[in-house]
Design a protein around this ligand. Structure first.
Ligand SMILES: Nc1ncnc2c1ncn2[C@@H]1O[C@H](COP(=O)(O)OP(=O)(O)O)[C@@H](O)[C@H]1O
Ligand SMILES: [Mg+2]
Length: 221
C-alpha cells in the first residue's frame, strides 16, 4: 500500500482553456523524500493542493492509504493526516515561537501544558534553542522561521509532509539546512516528504524526482 497516490489525476480551473494538471499518476511512499520540479506555472502547486485535499481533481483519484480523498472528511484529513509547509512560512505573527508550535496540537485537543512539553523538544530538534522560544516570528531570521514552521508541522504527528517551495525565501546555507531536516525526517523517522521546488539544489538532495511541464508529470530519476 502506498502512502499517497495520484491516479490519472487532472485538474482544470474554471474558465481555463486547458488543464493545469493532465492525467498525472504517481505514488509517494513513507521513508522517501520526493522533489517535484518544473518551471513557474507548470502545475506544481495545483498538484500539491490536490494531495493536500484542498482541491478535488476534475477527473482521476487521489488516495491516502488506499482510501479515496473524495470519500474522506477533508478537514480532518488536513488536520490529522498531512501537514503543509509554505514558502512564506505562514507563522502566526502575534504568537510566540512556542505558541506557534503548540497551537495545532491544542486544536487537536492536546492540553496546553502537554502541548508545551511536546513543542520544546521539537523546536530543539530543528535547532531553535530555548532562548528563542518566547520571541515573535518577526524577530527570527528567515531560516529560523522556516525551522519553526517545520517544528509546527511535526507537532501534530502527521507523517506526510507537503511543502511548496519551502526554501524559496532562504539563502543557500539555510536551504541546505532546511532540506537536511526534511530529508532526515524521511530517512530516520519514516515520513513521506514531498517538496515542490524550482531549486536544483533541493532536487539534488531528493531520493526521487518528478518533473512537471505544462501540467504533464514525468519521473526524472
Ligand atoms: N486559482 C486559479 N485560477 C485559475 N488558474 C489558475 C489558478 N491557480 C493557478 N492557475 C493556473 O494554473 C497553472 C498552474 O499553476 P500552478 O499550479 O500555480 O503552477 P506552479 O506552482 O508550477 O507555478 C498556471 O497556468 C496558473 O496560471
Ligand atoms: Mg507554485
Amino acid at each position: 500500500m502506498s502512502n499517497l497516490v495520484l491516479d490519472n489525476v487532472s485538474y482544470k480551473y474554471r474558465n481555463a482553456e486547458s488543464a493545469a494538471v493532465k492525467t498525472a499518476s504517481c505514488e509517494f511512499e513513507e521513508g522517501q523524500f520526493y522533489a517535484i520540479i518544473g518551471p513557474s506555472g507548470s502545475g506544481k502547486s495545483t498538484m500539491l493542493s490536490m494531495l493536500a485535499g484542498l482541491d478535488l481533481p476534475t477527473s482521476g483519484e487521489v488516495r491516502f492509504k488506499d482510501e479515496s480523498l473524495s470519500g474522506l472528511d477533508l478537514d480532518r484529513y488536513r488536520r490529522e493526516s498531512i501537514t503543509m509547509i509554505f514558502q512564506a512560512f505562514h507563522l502566526f505573527p502575534l504568537m510566540t515561537v512556542l505558541e506557534n508550535v503548540c497551537y495545532p496540537m491544542e486544536l487537536c485537543g492536546v492540553h496546553p501544558k502537554k502541548a508545551k512539553e511536546r513543542a520544546k523538544p521539537l523546536l530543539e530538534s530543528v535547532g531553535i534553542g530555548e532562548e528563542k522560544h518566547n520571541r515573535f516570528p518577526a524577530n527570527l531570521s528567515g531560516g529560523e522561521q522556516q525551522r519553526v514552521a517545520i517544528a509546527r508541522a511535526l507537532a501534530t504527528g502527521a507523517k506526510t509532509v507537503l511543502a511548496d517551495e519551502p526554501t524559496g525565501n532562504l539563502d543557500a546555507a539555510n536551504t541546505v539546512n532546511v532540506i537536511e531536516i526534511l530529508r532526515a525526517l524521511a530517512h530516520e523517522k519514516g515520513y513521506c516528504v514531498v517538496v515542490v521546488t524550482h531549486d536544483p539544489e533541493v532536487s539534488d538532495m531528493a531520493d526521487i524526482v518528478y518533473r512537471m511541464k505544462d501540467g504533464v508529470l514525468t519521473r526524472e530519476r
